[in-house]
Design a protein around this ligand. Structure first.
Ligand code: ATP
Ligand code: MG
Length: 423
């Protein structure tokens, strides 16, 4: 029986990998410019970390986690996102004693048991940042402007930055009463999940994707209209600063984010092009999270961006990614002795930074040339016994068709010059 990749996973093949590298390299470059350093965290953690760090009432923890017992009987979960693991690492590695703020970025795979569709997979990739230690609006602005600059640097247009504040636990407690009073008479018309959310965490009802619930909640009072004056001041500052920096945004009172740990600023970058999976990136402030994971109270803010969705967005905007460069040279060979010579030559060129292919299939010269064409090699040289003997060979420029007799000794220098001129 043919074994296929599990549903919701996909291979990233060589012909698309340059698009991934492009996005990943740009991201780490922009993060470095902002003084963020890369962190790598484990692919799996103790299940309890996500129960606490993502939140028991979230869709992720209730329905989407890949959880299993390992051979030692511990409950283990494949990371459904990055923040909880980074927070665990912050606490475990005593980063509170590092110079503050601590600014980290990551590039991870994540795992969620989802209904698979375009832009929604079971294994997917996230780029993200976490900034710990600053409660100031400046931190919110630094993180949002990093994201903005990154998206701009890869040529994204028409993405809208939607912003909201969901206040702090004390403003939320008051609002929850108002929200429950609004929902109660409508409760029997909501979906089963929302009925459960009504008991456990009513705010989550605002994030329901069911059309019936969305209709019922048309006139729901919004949290933003109920936040306390400290939270309102903080939000004003964030808006003022973004405005002053020329970063456009829209207030979207509906954003509550899927995760429990957010406080104050929450934001999403949403595409108009890629339909219901249009949220390319989501983030926000999580001032209560570190404490709820066992650390001392520490403010934090971050975002996570889905690479697959970003690539879909780039496609739909027709954004070109530079193609990988063609091989510098293909070395064709005729005969055993020449082959040995060519192997040495190829090794020397490669050790000096030249991208070099040589025949390793024992093909005829004609077939080797056909292959060199397919590879799109820029130059071709064929080495046979005569060439080994005389130290001279014909070097062919595949784009101009020009052929030159050269000393093989000079090949490296010529290739270096050729690269300089043609790069
Ligand atoms: P959605 O509302 O689309 O389910 P989410 O709120 O669950 O998104 P987050 O947990 O905020 O998403 O994750 C951050 C980003 O990761 C999303 O904006 C999206 O780009 C990406 N993402 C989340 N889940 C998936 C998935 N199953 N497949 C691909 N990308 C995903
Ligand atoms: Mg989701």
């Amino acid at each position: 029986m043919l074994i296929k990749a599990p549903k919701g996973t996909r291979d990233i093949l060589p012909d698309e990998i340059h698009r991934w590298h492009y996005v990943e390299d740009k991201f780490s470059d922009i993060c470095s410019r902002f003084g963020f350093q890369e962190i790598r965290i484990p692919l799996f953690e103790h299940t309890e970390l996500f129960q606490r760090g993502v939140g028991d009432t979230t869709d992720i923890v209730q329905k989407e986690m890949y959880t299993f017992n390992d051979k030692g009987g511990r409950s283990i979960t494949l990371r459904p996102e990055g923040t909880a693991g980074v927070v665990r690492s912050y606490i475990e590695n005593g980063m509170a004693s590092w110079p503050q703020p601590v600014k980290l970025f990551y590039n991870i795979t994540a795992y969620r048991y989802e209904n698979v569709q375009k832009g929604r997979y079971r294994e997917f990739h996230q780029l993200g940042v976490e900034l710990f230690g600053s409660p100031e609006a400046d931190a919110d602005v630094e993180v949002i402007s990093l994201l903005y600059l990154f998206l701009e640097s890869i040529g994204i247009r028409e993405l809208s930055l939607n912003l909201n504040s969901i206040g702090c636990p004390s403003c939320r407690a008051d609002y929850n009463k108002t929200l429950k009073a609004f929902i109660e008479p409508r409760l029997n018309r909501l979906c089963e999940d929302c009925i459960d959310r009504y008991q456990r965490n009513p705010l989550r009802i605002l994030d329901c994707k069911e059309q019936g619930c969305i209709n019922e909640l048309k006139d729901v009072p919004y949290l933003l209209d109920y936040i306390c004056s400290d939270c309102a001041d903080h939000f004003e500052k964030v808006k003022e600063k973004l405005y002053a920096m020329g970063i456009p945004f829209t207030i979207d009172k509906k954003i509550v984010r899927g995760l429990d740990y957010y406080t104050r600023t929450v934001f999403e970058f949403v595409s108009k092009n890629i339909g219901s999976q249009g949220t390319v990136c989501g983030g926000g402030r999580y001032d209560g999270l570190i404490e709820s994971c066992g650390g001392s109270p520490t403010p934090g803010i971050g975002f996570a961006l889905g690479i697959e969705r970003l690539l879909l967005e780039m496609d739909s905007q027709g954004i070109d990614v530079p193609l990988p460069s063609s091989p510098d040279i293909f070395i064709g060979v005729i005969g055993y002795k020449a082959n040995l010579f060519a192997e040495n030559l190829a090794l020397k060129l490669r050790s000096d930074g030249i991208t070099c292919h040589k025949d390793i299939m024992g093909r005829s010269v004609k077939a080797q040339m056909k292959y060199a064409n397919k590879l799109n090699a820029r130059l071709v040289v064929v080495i046979g016994d005569d060439e080994v003997e005389s130290g001279k060979a014909e070097l062919k420029d595949m784009s101009s068709g020009e052929v030159r007799m050269i000393n093989i000794d000079t090949l490296l220098d010529r290739l270096k010059k050729f690269k300089q001129v043609n790069s």
